[in-house]
Write a protein that binds this ligand. Structure first.
Ligand code: GEK
Length: 249
């Protein structure tokens, strides 16, 4: 754990009743508490970060790029750097939140892995991506406007070399009202057990309503196969939080 990680404040953003809950944004206030927020909100987050690093390391190819799209504070980039022992690669982390990028750079700089990690502030929809053996979007696609998702997946497919992989982690809809409400309850139980109150859970939900748009897993799979990927498989799931990967033949 870095010095920075030891001093992370707790997420209390939605603790007080707000007259009007604004749309969620990755601003300075969120960045300050982000590691605490994401750990207490995404079931299995630490396992996913570790697993993504291990999985990615199986597909890195010397001289080719690895992308961490929507890198936040660089957790995926750092996990890949930790698990990639053998190949000379560069990891490129991209995020469009200036506050996130500034903090991410400081966080990444506090580690001494030999694999270089370059953090850039950009919108992944416009940013040029190329010569990639591995591309990761860990809980980022859900924040991209739905109308842009097909085109973005095609761009990522084109950027990958044959044999390359795209790792996606997403919160999903199950597509059945009864099953969805059961699984959402399990997620809320998880948040309550992590110290969030019902008010915090409900205000955060309102804040995310227009910002985080979920797809069903079947849509993700169909989209990736239609884009040209050879196969898609889930490697981790807890409740409605899924991590899966697609391979380019
Ligand atoms: C992790 N992957 O810790 N372009 C670039 N970045 C974007 C865009 C965009 N168009 N839209 C959103 N983001 C991280 C967690 S968080 C998920 C990812 C969450 C960024 C946004 O600024 C934020 O940092 C990240 O995507 C989503 O493994 O907080 O639930």
């Amino acid at each position: 754990m870095s010095e920075y990680e030891k001093k992370i404040p707790s997420d209390t953003i939605y603790q007080k009743q707000q007259n009007k809950v604004d749309d969620f944004s990755f601003n300075r206030q969120v960045v300050d508490v982000f590691p605490d927020m994401i750990e207490r909100s995404i079931p299995g987050y630490a396992n996913i970060i570790d697993g993504v690093g291990r999985l990615a390391a199986k597909f890195t190819v010397a001289k080719f790029n690895v992308y961490d799209l929507g890198c936040s504070l660089g957790a995926v980039s750092l996990s890949i750097a930790k698990h990639n022992q053998q190949h000379e690669i560069q990891i490129i982390g991209i995020d469009n939140s200036p506050a996130m990028v500034e903090r991410c750079q400081r966080h990444v700089d506090s580690y001494t892995y030999t694999t270089p990690i370059n953090i850039k502030e950009a919108d992944i929809v416009d940013f040029e991506i190329n010569n990639a053996s591995v591309i990761v979007m860990n809980f980022t696609l859900q924040f991209i406007e739905p109308g842009l998702r097909n085109k973005l997946m095609s761009k990522l497919f084109d950027a990958l070399i044959p044999g390359g992989i795209l790792i996606l982690s997403e919160k999903i809809k199950l597509g059945n009202e009864v099953m969805d409400s059961a699984i959402i309850e399990l997620h809320h139980d998880f948040k309550r057990e992590n110290g969030y109150s019902n008010l915090e859970i409900s205000q955060k939900r309102t804040a995310l309503e227009n910002v985080m748009i979920l797809d069903e897993y079947s849509l993700h799979e169909k989209r990736l196969l239609k884009t040209g990927f050879d196969a898609v498989s889930i490697w981790y799931q807890q409740f409605n939080f899924v991590s899966f990967f697609a391979i380019k033949g």
